[in-house]
Design a protein around this ligand. Structure first.
Ligand SMILES: *Cc1c(COP(=O)(O)O)cnc(C)c1O
Length: 476
């Protein structure tokens, strides 16, 4: 009986033409599809011979091969970010500039002088080129790079104030991004938290009173993802630096999102900048590489030579150091940032911020028209985008979006269902669901990807119609 079944297996070469494999064939090519088909037919043959029940019709086998190919997609995939959140932590924060990508490829493809002095043929310092650039851009004497800003904070606290007290305002004991909780970061660093003031008001006198023989540093943390409004008071960084100097204490300024200086990047107002922190006299300023700088994930530490000397000789530095690809991407990004106009054109985050609203409106109108063409109830609206990524949460950025209102084809009125289908497409599209509508915000979409975005949305509708038409609730 199993003999007969094996003989009834479809021939491998007939399967790639099946409709179940059409999409895989277009995406992966004939060789990959043939390999998958061979694999499932072979598995079916083994099942039959060992007496296990298995479906052997061509349709089932083709579906199994398609599922196999589907499961081979890389888990980390490119996503079209139509959410309007520019530094979406879930979507990898800042996209990199072409120059940064090229530098990564160059550094990673072969060997490079990562820790090697080409001049003398001796061991060199890993981040010397980048440090010089950070120092130049921020006005600091020295700089170091670590894995991220959380790492930079732990390292700076440990190296400068390990085993001692660090004075922080109660209004700045923040949690950022779900896992960066300042009291816990302090604990990990081995420094002791000394809270002063209240949630809404902390004055320089509060810091002054808290200083004692155990005090090692004064820490300012930028609240990043919330604002305290109403009756508030905060000691200025200048006041903190004055106090630190007078009492011989380190002043650490965790600015987080990390604008480099005024107008860098363009259109971002009210953020503390690294340059301002150094100018005010902070011993070290800490910020992320993949927030406003628009570079790779890393943490930058800019500051005095004396502070950086202690930080770089801490054993934890070795555990937090960045690899050659990060350094290459960071150096290329910093080089672009030396020229604000060039940076606005080349660093994706900076250019997203620079696109005029009028241009976004035109593009949103075109997208909405393309969606109306396939029967959707779409129009163009003005909306608000956000930087996100734990930075400038309350400052909306003017943007334009294509809005689609229900009914959503094939899925009734559920915007959540349609948003899920969009996320599961290829490429995945992440829209914004708002007020019962689905919005495609163009602030974080490269104009060159507009066509691909339209195609992906259109495909998601066809797929939806197919899947739901069996249930008889297709809307068009
Ligand atoms: C974002 C942020 C951090 C954490 O930075 P990562 O690079 O995400 O580790 C720390 N402090 C502040 C003030 C931040 O805004």
């Amino acid at each position: 009986m199993s003999e007969a079944s094996v003989r009834n297996l479809p021939a491998v070469h007939t399967l790639p033409a099946r409709p179940e494999l059409a999409e895989a064939l277009a995406r992966r090519g004939r060789a990959a599809v043939l390999r998958a088909v061979r694999e499932v037919v072979e598995a079916a043959r083994r099942d039959i011979l060992s007496g296990r029940a298995t479906a052997i019709d061509a349709g089932s086998l083709a579906r199994r091969a398609a599922a196999l190919l589907d499961g081979e997609r890389p888990s980390l995939r490119r996503v079209l970010n139509a959410s309007g959140v520019l530094l979406h932590t879930g979507l990898g924060r800042a996209p990199l500039a072409e120059e940064a990508l090229a530098a990564v490829v160059e550094a990673a493809r072969g060997y490079c002088n990562l820790e090697f002095e080409l001049d003398g043929g001796t061991r060199g310092r890993r981040s010397s080129g980048v440090s010089a650039l950070v120092a130049r851009l921020t006005g600091a004497e020295a700089a170091a790079v670590v894995n991220n800003n959380a790492g930079a904070t732990v390292l700076a606290l440990r190296a400068l104030a390990g085993g001692r007290e660090v004075v922080v305002s109660r209004g700045q004991l923040v949690e950022i991004g779900g896992s960066f909780r300042l009291p816990e970061i302090l604990e990990v660093s081995g420094a002791r938290l000394r809270e002063v003031g209240t949630t809404n008001k902390t004055r320089i006198a509060d810091y002054e009173r808290a200083i004692g023989p155990e005090t090692g540093a004064l820490l300012r943390v930028h609240p990043s993802n919330y604002r305290i409004v109403g009756f508030t008071a905060e000691a200025s960084l200048e006041e903190l630096c004055g106090l630190g100097r007078a009492r011989g204490l380190w002043v650490i300024d965790d600015i987080g999102s990390g604008s480099l200086g005024a107008g860098l990047p363009p259109g971002v107002a009210g953020e503390p900048s690294a340059r301002a922190g150094i100018a005010a006299g902070a011993d070290v300023v800490l910020f992320s590489g993949d927030k406003l700088l628009g570079g790779p994930q890393c943490g930058l530490i800019a500051g005095s030579r004396r502070a950086l000397g202690l930080i770089e000789s801490d054993p934890l530095m070795r555990a937090l150091r960045v690899d050659k690809m990060t350094l290459a991407a960071l150096e290329a990004t910093l080089r672009l940032a030396l020229d604000a106009d060039l940076a606005a054109a080349r660093i994706p985050l900076w250019s997203f911020l620079s696109v005029p609203l009028a241009r976004l409106r035109e593009r949103a109108e075109r997208l909405a028209a393309g969606l109306r063409d396939v029967g959707l109830c779409a129009d163009r609206i003005d909306a608000e985008a956000y930087l996100g990524g734990g930075s400038v949460p309350v400052e909306p950025i003017a943007t334009a979006a294509a809005r689609v209102r229900p009914p959503f084809p094939g899925c009734g009125d559920s915007e959540a269902d349609w948003a899920q289908r969009l996320r599961l497409g290829d490429p995945p599209v992440v829209p914004r669901v708002q007020g019962g509508a689905v919005l495609f915000d163009l602030r974080a979409i490269d104009e060159r990807d507009d066509r691909e975005l339209l195609d992906a949305i259109q495909r998601s509708i066809r797929a939806t119609t197919d899947c739901c038409s069996d249930r008889g609730d297709a809307v068009w």
